[in-house]
Design a protein around this ligand. Structure first.
Ligand SMILES: Nc1ncnc2c1ncn2[C@@H]1O[C@H](COP(=O)(O)OP(=O)(O)OP(=O)(O)O)[C@@H](O)[C@H]1O
Ligand SMILES: [Mg+2]
Length: 452
């Protein structure tokens, strides 16, 4: 028997929760329709390329592919498929305890979406039906903060036990970072708004006070020793370079190095802000985008410039941001600035790149040692300096603009090697990897002024 799947999308991006529309998934298509009441609110929609004021009540129809069963902004709420994905395993384990064991593929994705597709990163909340939505929003937020102690273990089993006596809270916590890739465990939590003290609570809901939403990232010391310190250093450098960077704290929980990062997809009152990754935006606009690497930085610049629907409010500063981010990614050995590591948020009716997240110098780990995950300026066919110049010109900027930026980058990162060497938890080999990679890129960058 084949039955179409049906669900509803809500959001609390406005003053109160409102139903955005409904989703139908058939054998071959995903169909989404905005609801009339939502259209009257004037709020931003599901994704940048699905503007309610243009789409109105016309059903958006997207053929299902092996890459996307759902519209990309909705698919982003589901943790990626993969045996090792922590969020996915956590939800599947919880479902199994309730006797639900979906088959792999869309069946499992759908059950995960119904259970954990709300309260996560961004502004979209998906539920099985309106009753479920209303029920979820009605349960008041619990803002008890727990001392993180030995009870807070890190195995799946211990985690489940910790939440055993609070099923509602457990379900809420399942909203944990839905777009996470790879196996690095992350949890959504709240901490006191004044900052990290070792106490955590469940993610905020309506009417939260005195707390702020954060992501807890736990280090997987075996695969990525020292990654927390490296990410923290990279964020410091981006902040020194003038980028907006969320507040953050390093902590050790039960012996596990942990990074606590304030969420930028919530405002000062813990209300969601419209948030979308470039991956979701690009995949919405182009069915040939099938993974977070399937474009070029030049194409991102072109899309910013030419999209008939504004991706950002200030195109020029968005392109400047992109070029500067690329230069810092190169000069810090990031190698991982893909479409899911760049997001657009809407604050005060202005669409712009979000604060910086995940600029981790992944090239420290040999399996991730590549210059960039996406091409720019025909790099490969031409040397680095030439490629940067072509990319700069494709963005509509002059050579001198690039050269000034390079000066900035070299100056902000001048003692980067020493700072990397001072990291205590990063093994020597990884330190030396990153130092030598970065030194050689920086010398190529310094040579750029000679290019004509
Ligand atoms: N401070 C933040 N506020 C809001 N959302 C965030 C924040 N940091 C990360 N995110 C969201 O969570 C997702 C995963 O976070 P992040 O990229 O830091 O983790 P990751 O383990 O490196 O993931 P991946 O390996 O897929 O790159 C991001 O793509 C972004 O959508
Ligand atoms: Mg990431």
């Amino acid at each position: 028997m084949k039955t179409d799947r049906e669900a509803v999308i809500w959001t609390r991006i406005g003053m109160r929760p409102v139903k955005m529309g409904r989703i139908y998934v058939t054998d071959s298509e995903c169909r989404v329709t905005y609801s009339e009441d939502f259209l009257n609110t004037g709020l931003p929609g599901i994704g940048i390329l699905y503007p309610p004021e243009i789409i109105q009540q016309t059903t958006v129809v997207r053929p299902r592919t092996e890459f996307f069963d759902l519209l990309p902004p909705i698919q982003s709420l589901i943790p990626p498929r993969g045996e090792k994905n922590f969020q996915r395993q956590l939800v599947l384990a919880y479902l199994a305890r309730k006797g639900i064991v979906p088959s792999r593929g869309i069946d499992a994705d759908w059950e995960i979406l119904m259970m954990a597709g709300h309260g996560g990163i961004g502004h979209l909340d998906v539920f099985r039906d309106d009753d479920k939505a209303i029920e979820w929003y009605e349960v008041p937020a619990k803002h008890t903060l727990f001392e993180i102690s030995d009870k807070f273990g890190f195995s799946l089993k211990e985690f489940l036990t910790w939440f055993d006596d609070d099923a509602a809270g457990f379900i809420q916590i399942m909203g944990a970072t839905p777009t996470v890739g790879g196996a690095i465990p992350k949890l959504l939590m709240t901490i006191p708004e004044t900052g990290w003290t070792g106490r955590v609570g469940l993610p905020s809901k309506i009417g939260a006070h005195g707390v702020t939403d954060v992501i807890l990232k736990f280090e997987q010391t075996r695969s990525y020793p020292g990654i927390i310190e490296l990410e923290a250093l990279a964020l410091d450098i981006h902040e020194e370079a003038g980028f907006e960077v969320p507040r953050r704290w390093k902590a050790v929980i039960n012996g596990i190095p942990t990074f606590v990062i304030e969420r930028f997809d919530r405002d000062g009152n813990c209300n969601p802000l419209f948030t979308e990754t470039l991956y979701s935006i690009f995949a919405s606009g182009d069915n040939t985008v099938t993974n977070p690497y399937s474009t070029t930085y030049d194409a991102i610049g072109r899309a910013i410039d030419r999209s008939p629907i504004d991706l950002v409010t200030d195109r020029k500063s968005a392109k400047q941001y992109l070029l500067k981010r690329l230069l810092f990614a190169l000069a810090t050995g990031n190698g991982d600035m893909h479409l899911e590591n760049l997001s657009i948020i809407n604050r005060g009716n202005t669409l712009a790149f979000s604060p910086v997240y995940d600029p981790t110098p992944m090239r420290a780990y040999s399996i991730h040692n590549m210059l960039t995950p996406m091409p720019f300026g025909q790099y490969g066919e031409v040397p680095l300096g030439e490629a940067l110049l072509r990319f700069t010109r494709n963005l509509g900027f002059r050579k001198n603009y690039l050269l000034d930026l390079i000066d900035d980058v070299l100056s902000v990162t001048r003692d980067y090697a020493d700072r990397v060497r001072a990291l205590k938890s990063l093994p020597d080999r990884n330190r030396e990897n990153i130092v030598s990679i970065v030194e050689s890129i920086k010398s190529e960058l310094s040579a750029c002024s000679k290019i004509t």
